[in-house]
Design a protein. Sequence first.
Length: 581
Amino acid sequence: MQPDNTLPPASPRPVPQKIRLGDLLVEQKVISSADLEIALAMQKKSGRRLGRVVVESGMAGENDIAQALARQLTLPFVDLRKFSTESAVLQLLPETQARRFRAIPLARRDGNIFVGMADPTDLSAYDEIARLLNEEIQLAVVSEGDLLEAIDRLYRRTEDISGLTEELARDMGESEASIIGLEALGEGQADAPVVRLLQTLFEDALQVNASDMHIEPQEKKLAIRFRIDGVLHPQTQADLKIAPALALRLKIVSGLDISEKRLPQDGRFAIKIRGRTLDVRLSTMPTQYGESVVMRLLSQGDSPHTLDSLGMASETLEQFRNILHRPNGLVLVTGPTGSGKTTTLYAALHELNDPGTKIITVEDPVEYRLPGVNQVQANEKIDLTFSRVLRAMLRQDPDVILVGEMRDPDTAQIALRAAMTGHLVLSTLHTNDAASTPVRLLDMGVPAFMVATSVQGVLAQRLMRKVCTQCKVPHTLTPQENVWLSRANAAARQDASYVEGKGCDRCLGTGYSGRRAIHELLEIDSTLAESLASNAPAKFVQAARESLLGRTLRDQAIALARSGVTSLAETMRVSAQDENS
């Protein structure tokens, strides 16, 4: 679906007149007279605006109200979910004013600026917008929810960040004392340049749904990048001399040793951004040009996913559920870093968590807090290792054990022994596919009989970027893509309409928006267990891949491309991780 940027020709329009929204909605049969009376009573009690009361009570949708206003005022209605705004025009109205007046500049047509307003009857807002823009404006009606979402998405903080980096660089000067002075910054120094810069960076990261922030000193510049939908995007470049100030400030709020710059450190802290609390996991590492800082951003308000929300194929989901509800055994989730393994494990715990089941986890770090679950944070600094916690766990009478990662042979052997002695054990491994995972345990030195009798199932997964629905267009296969498809799945070339994203403001010009998981599930049956017990890895891998025919990660990726969820380029990129597997 390509953006719909159709706007009517600019024409002189009178200043909007004040109208009663309730009467308008009844007149246009959006709500009934009885509904209006109820809504007015609710408005009087709550003090909220009538339109918000009508929407929240389910009497009408936001688009219904906006379209009714548009018809009454003979103004165009613009669906911001399909409209691609002009960035140059957008910047004419500052973000604070856009939020205050519930308005957004859309485009320039015939010497006029079209402005979308959620409430075009607000005369004072209209006058102030006209004064700020100092040009002829034409009004359009937009729904309030779409407007606020568009403001969050479109008003990037790039210029603010550039200005703050320059201000911080001027403040730092050439003096080491400037850096040392940052140690004294407390809650009362929120206006310090380094504090405002970091706050603005976090705000921008939240606006674009970044999962990670990278602060990387390079030879001549400081690079700041965001990971969005699994791919790194440059945010800004700054003067290298501000790098120590940023690293120092982040160490202070994380409670790390600010005098240690030669060794890696890990920490965490929480920060409040626009009413949302972000849990930030921080890692520092000394590099040639200074300390590199990487932060994983997690929203504390986010609740763990359920199995039904993971996007598994129905057969895979049913099979995975059956394995999870077995009384004992080892269930592994595998994939590279950032493939969503932890999300799947938490969804599994959510499935198993009930008052009759005791669940204990050992994690590093604990990413979500689960009510009713005993969660342990590993800490190698005090010798609270995975293996040590696992040994203690077994004396706590658990039914289900989650081990964040099979990090070493000792941890793996303890976990498998627990699986053999009446416990259900969930864990992760870094392997390419499901078939090679049990073999990895053998490589770690775990006895073959333990692997054969303990492993119940292996779920391998990847995260694929979805094509942006706003700028999705048909895609003609290239000769290279045709060759790849013929090798991967000849049937995929037939009766399929592939798509790609052209890039728009909604997807930051990438052509992709959001991600979707793909899975392959290998259940260890008697034949596969026998291959493992006989310590015949090659025989096991061959048999495992035969059992997965038609249900591999690549098959799932191609199916998503054929159905128009993702592009073939993304399918080939993700599948390349398994080319040699």
